[in-house]
Design a protein around this ligand. Structure first.
Ligand code: PBG
Length: 314
């Protein structure tokens, strides 16, 4: 009876799997703070993408970690940079399906923090502040490199003002009119991104309070979503997910484009750690947490458990 009348149902096509690929690795490196997740080699990435495809996931989200980082994040938009190489490899794997068959959407993280030596999402002024407008130009260039490498979706996650409009213009001017934009609209300056720093080898200098939002603010998140919608976002995203279900619900109620939520590294780590200690029932907690995100209004859910969930749901 409960199955018959359930108001919310997860489907593998709702789920997007984030994947990390690091330049120059010879073996995948397990992430201590994210048990079960790894930094992929280019080879092992192809295997993970194949698994995501065969599990019927809705999408994959790629993060690249370059061998060398610098102040401008030069590798972020290099045609042969690690993320672009990974996108080309993934494109091949995802397209290797019978004609007309569904395949996951290929998404790329469009942000500089994986590529800068200072770990900020943008380039810095001479006094060390994040330079919003100079960063926009870098994002536009990244978006072009990613789209040309095969990304279906450009995902600006750096919370720079004007990033969606800037990227849309750059894509359209280059004739890349079919490339979509998933806007990280309401992204909070969150402690729950902690384990992500290990995943992308990033040591952040300072904090992100000048561009990510204050967790005390809900209305501000709605304004950010409205701006991104007006600038042409094809999807809007709330992040983290679990502590922001109210913001997610409110964004879903006013958005006429699909709404995504990102269950982030710290949310994953907490459940894994408590589960490993026998303090909670891990599997039930995974299902409950992800179902709650959908119940709160997410059409699309980014979660590190995507593959495992797809397996359970089958
Ligand atoms: C930005 C980005 C971050 C995450 C996704 N995209 C890091 C940040 O903004 O600090 C975090 C994802 C996670 O914690 O799982 N490149």
């Amino acid at each position: 009876m409960r199955r018959l009348v359930a108001e919310t149902r997860l489907h593998p096509a709702d789920l997007v799997l984030p994947l990390f690929v690091k330049e120059g690795l010879t073996e995948p490196v397990p992430l201590t703070s994210m048990p079960g997740q790894v930094q992929h080699t280019e080879e092992s990435l192809a295997g993970a993408v194949r698994a995501a495809r065969d599990a019927g996931l809705g999408g994959i989200m790629l993060f690249g970690i370059p061998a060398v980082k610098d102040a401008n994040g030069s590798q972020a938009d290099a045609a042969d940079g690690i993320l672009q190489r990974a996108l080309r490899t993934s494109r091949e794997v995802l397209d290797d399906v019978p004609a007309g068959a569904a395949t996951p959407v290929l998404m790329a993280d469009t942000c500089l923090d994986e590529f800068t030596d200072h770990g900020h999402c943008g380039v810095l002024t001479s006094t060390g502040a994040v330079d919003n407008d100079a960063t926009l130009a870098r994002y536009a260039s990244m978006a072009l490199a990613q789209a040309r490498a095969g990304a279906d979706v450009i995902s600006p996650s750096g919370m720079m003002d004007g990033q969606v409009a800037m990227i849309r213009d750059a894509l359209d001017d280059a004739g890349l009119v079919d490339t979509s934009i998933l806007a990280y609209s309401a992204k909070y300056a969150s402690a729950f991104f902690g384990p992500f720093r290990e995943a992308v080898d990033s040591e952040l200098r300072g904090d992100r309070m000048t561009y990510q939002m204050d967790f005390a603010n809900g209305r501000e998140g709605l304004r950010e979503a409205d701006l991104d919608l007006a600038e042409g976002a094809d999807m809007v995203l709330v992040k983290p997910a679990g502590s922001y279900l109210d913001v997610l619900r409110a964004v879903a109620d006013r958005s006429d484009v699909p709404v995504a939520a990102y269950q982030v590294s710290g949310e994953y780590a907490m459940i894994e750690a408590a589960g490993a200690n026998g303090w909670i029932d891990r599997d039930r907690a995974v299902l409950e947490s992800v179902t709650s995100i959908k119940r709160a209004g997410a059409d699309v859910i980014l979660t590190y458990w995507a593959l495992e969930l797809a397996d359970w749901l089958r």
